[in-house]
Design a protein around this ligand. Structure first.
Ligand SMILES: [Zn+2]
Length: 443
């Protein structure tokens, strides 16, 4: 039997688990009806759950609540099918009014922190979508706005969704109306596509066709799962992703919230994920009452007894504490770095003060020689006559703005040019600009 810990206590064991989970780098979450009870949606199996309510209301036709979700029972007669449609519509309106709870927001946080590999839910209430998660919708067409490739999907509804209706005859899908007065399709309505085809035939004098009835895209007991291959592909992908991260410093966490793990498909899913990389994966079930017996030994590591909301808030508090520590460490590092830089700067300044002033280099002394000064004097005179000299070195240093306002080359720049060019080059420039007359005047 997995180690059972009560969430109410403040044991060191529980604190260590919470710290380890809060620092994990990859999460897979498996959720059941228990996380939506606080949102106003009843679960199925509890004493006041949906099964009990159905049994009390329709006990003459349906012997157990489970039968209402059993395809072999509800489509046996029009009366039981009608009860099924009414209950589905009632459940849809409850889902419309419900808002995401603490567990949904927690999963969204995992996604925002970039540590959520996938969230698998048995719920059909669509609260994951309301929480802002990217929910995989196998009925969405590729060019529609709601289409999300399965690899990008953050949440996978294992048992379908109440968001859509599907025709039982032609498999066309439609949006499920969210309110009673809405002019949209509801469970049990005739399929618009089937009706349109039948009307078109009737207009041409041909025999009409029966129209299929719309039902929610939820998966019922005793019927094949229409997307089991796609879901199996996603689970295989996630198992490989968990197994590929074999670094001992990396911790994977499989969290199971609010489910009794009684559905065979869900049990298989948990086994597959938990055993993909058992050496660095912690599997934790959080539920109000103990669920796991000896059969879960080696698969579920810890069984936390308490509310999922409390568990989520404990992890969030740990995240906040870790964030504060990280911020403090970063600030401390920055302060230390600044102090080190300032110290080095002060040491360099005191060292420079002790150095003797160096005399000008030989190049600078040459630049100040008398022969060059004569050449520069000639050049300055030429320039002031009004001729513009092209200079390929002009862009290397900033120049005063007034030097370009009237197109003249400034004297300071001309001095540098005269220093760098030989006198022959200089004369060639003058010849090309036909200013020999000015030279003669100046010399
Ligand atoms: Zn149809």
């Amino acid at each position: 039997m997995p180690e059972t810990i009560r969430l109410e206590g403040k044991s060191q064991r529980l604190s260590a688990i919470i710290k380890r989970v809060a620092s994990a780098r990859r999460f897979v979450v498996v959720t059941g009806a228990g996380i939506s009870v606080s949102c106003g949606i009843p679960d199925f199996r509890s004493s006041d759950g949906i099964f009990r309510q159905i049994q009390e209301t329709h006990g003459d036709l349906i012997t157990s609540g489970r039968d209402l979700f059993d395809a072999s029972v509800i489509f046996r007669s029009s009366e039981t099918a009608s009860i099924f449609y009414r209950w589905m519509t009632h459940l849809r309106y409850q889902c419309t009014d419900a808002l995401p709870g603490a567990a949904h927001r927690f999963i969204r946080q995992l996604a925002d922190r970039g540590v959520l590999l996938r969230s698998y839910t048995q719920n059909i209430d669509g609260l994951e979508r309301k929480a802002g998660l990217a929910v995989w919708d196998p009925y969405a067409e590729k060019d529609s706005s709601g289409y999300i490739p399965w690899k990008n999907a953050q949440s996978v509804p294992l048992h379908g969704s109440m968001d859509r209706l599907v025709c039982q005859l032609c498999s066309s899908s439609f949006t499920f109306s969210e309110k009673p007065d809405e002019q949209a399709n509801s469970a049990g309505d005739a399929c618009p596509d089937c009706t349109a085809r039948s009307d078109a035939r009737a207009a041409h004098g041909r025999r009409t066709l029966p129209a299929g009835k719309l039902r929610p895209t939820v998966v019922l007991y005793e019927e094949p799962h229409p997307h089991c291959e796609d879901i199996a592909k996603i689970i295989s992908h996630d198992s490989r992703a968990l197994a590929s991260r074999r670094d001992s410093k990396t911790t994977n966490v499989v969290l199971i919230f609010g489910t009794t793990l009684k559905v065979p498909g869900c049990r298989q899913l948990v086994r597959r994920l938990a055993t993909a990389s058992p050496e660095n994966t912690i599997t934790i079930l959080v539920n109000n009452e103990p669920v796991c017996g000896k059969s879960w030994d080696g698969i579920v590591d810890y069984q936390i007894i308490g509310s999922v909301e409390d568990w989520c808030s404990r992890i969030e508090r740990q995240w906040n504490a870790q964030t504060k520590i990280t911020r403090w460490a970063r600030t401390r590092k920055r302060v230390d770095s600044n102090e080190k830089e300032n110290k080095e700067h002060d040491q360099n300044a005191s060292f420079n003060k002790q150095l003797p002033v160096r005399p000008p280099t030989s190049k600078k002394r040459k630049a100040c020689s008398a022969s060059d000064s004569e050449n520069t004097e000639v050049f300055v005179d030429v320039v002031t006559v009004g001729r513009e000299v092209p200079d390929q070195h002009a862009s290397k240093k900033p120049k005063p703005a007034q030097a370009y306002s009237d197109g003249f080359v400034p004297a300071r720049r001309s001095l540098r040019i005269a220093e760098k060019r030989s006198l022959e080059d200089f004369e060639n420039i003058l010849a090309s600009q036909q200013i020999q007359t000015s030279i003669q005047i100046c010399t």
